[in-house]
Design a protein around this ligand. Structure first.
Ligand SMILES: Nc1ncnc2c1ncn2[C@@H]1O[C@H](COP(=O)(O)OP(=O)(O)OP(=O)(O)O)[C@@H](O)[C@H]1O
Length: 314
């Protein structure tokens, strides 16, 4: 879908991207992480030609992006950034409708779409559609920014720290929402974040950059279980890699198919991290698991977490 072939990009004497190659398949949720200045934003911006690459080729569906008109390219891609970039003199509705307007959608279709998106991001449509950006909190502005990026249902969504200014609760709920949007729509998403946990939660593939080069490309579980080198280990958090691994696996994955025991039950979809916390807090060695309908779904043994969870390479 999007392919970087030996891409380089400099700003004067600074090499921002250094001979980088990467294939992003349709439907992937690719999250770019790396230290400040490692080239994450530059990578995203080169995809919709906010920045132009100096050398190499970037292909969109097999065609070099320089062969598209910039406007056509940008209409195919939603773009959301931390600083939001809402038009200050336009209402929320008009901001969200920017691309649908350009595409010539009818007024009722645009109105319906704005309503749906505001609801999706937990903003009451009647309260918020006529507001101006300065009448919104920073977090609300960010949500409108993401809604605007999604407005015309683009195949590709580019997001640069889209949840940067949000408090942890709203951030977590928006992450869930993005995950749901991704799973339901099959969109190809490329996102930059500074938050490793966010990357682990959302990505189908994480790309760790350092000085304009790729250090490792891996699915979240693989990145934790088989970090390519010490830089990756440091970046994902040397001290709590084990805890992060537990966050990515469900209690269900270690359930023993045994009859229900005396004592409490946890949802089988609970992460192993939450299960460990629960077991520790209640000083339990085992806990029942239940499925979404409340039916017994096996038993989780604390000992299995330490014997079975984590890298399974023998
Ligand atoms: N417009 C510009 N002019 C000059 N140098 C730039 C420009 N944009 C980026 N750079 C430089 O290119 C390198 C990569 O920058 P980039 O913004 O892609 O990094 P980043 O990983 O997104 O950083 P951060 O996490 O701090 O946002 C940095 O050294 C940066 O200083």
């Amino acid at each position: 879908m999007i392919e970087f072939q030996n891409i380089s990009k400099s700003y004067g004497p600074v090499t921002a991207i250094d001979g980088l190659s990467l294939k992003i398949e349709r439907g992937e949720f690719v999250v770019l992480i790396g230290a400040s200045g490692s080239g994450k934003s530059t990578m995203i911006k080169m995809i919709n030609r906010m920045e132009n690459h100096d050398a190499g080729r970037i292909l969109l569906d097999g065609e070099e992006i320089y062969s598209f008109k910039v406007r056509e390219l940008r209409l195919r891609m939603g773009y959301a950034i931390q600083s939001v970039g809402l038009f200050p003199h336009w209402t929320v509705e008009r901001n969200i409708a920017t691309v649908p307007q350009m595409l010539g959608w009818t007024a009722p279709k645009i109105r319906d779409r704005v309503t749906t998106l505001l609801q999706l991001f937990d903003l009451d449509p009647e309260t918020y559609r006529t507001r101006y950006p300065h009448q919104l909190s920073g977090g609300q502005q960010q949500r409108v920014g993401v809604a605007r990026a999604l407005a015309a249902d683009p195949d590709v969504l580019l997001m640069d720290e889209p949840f940067g200014a949000l408090d942890p609760v709203i951030r977590a709920s928006l992450q869930l929402e993005m995950k749901r949007v991704h799973q339901a729509s099959g969109k190809t998403i490329v996102m930059v974040t500074h938050d490793v946990d966010e990357a682990l939660r959302l990505a189908t593939k994480i790309v760790l950059l350092d000085q304009g080069r790729i250090v490792q490309v891996a699915a979240p579980l693989e990145l934790l279980a088989r970090p390519a080198n010490a830089l990756v280990v440091d970046f994902v958090g040397r001290g709590d890699i084990g805890i992060k691994l537990l966050s990515l696996q469900s209690a269900q994955s270690l359930a023993r198919q045994e009859p229900q025991r005396q004592g409490p039950s946890l949802p089988a979809a609970t992460t192993l991290r939450e299960a460990v916390s629960f077991l520790a807090m209640h000083q339990l060695a085992v806990v029942n698991l239940m499925d979404a309908s409340g039916a017994h779904a096996g038993v989780l043994h604390a000992i299995d977490i330490f014997h079975k969870a984590g890298p399974s390479d023998g």
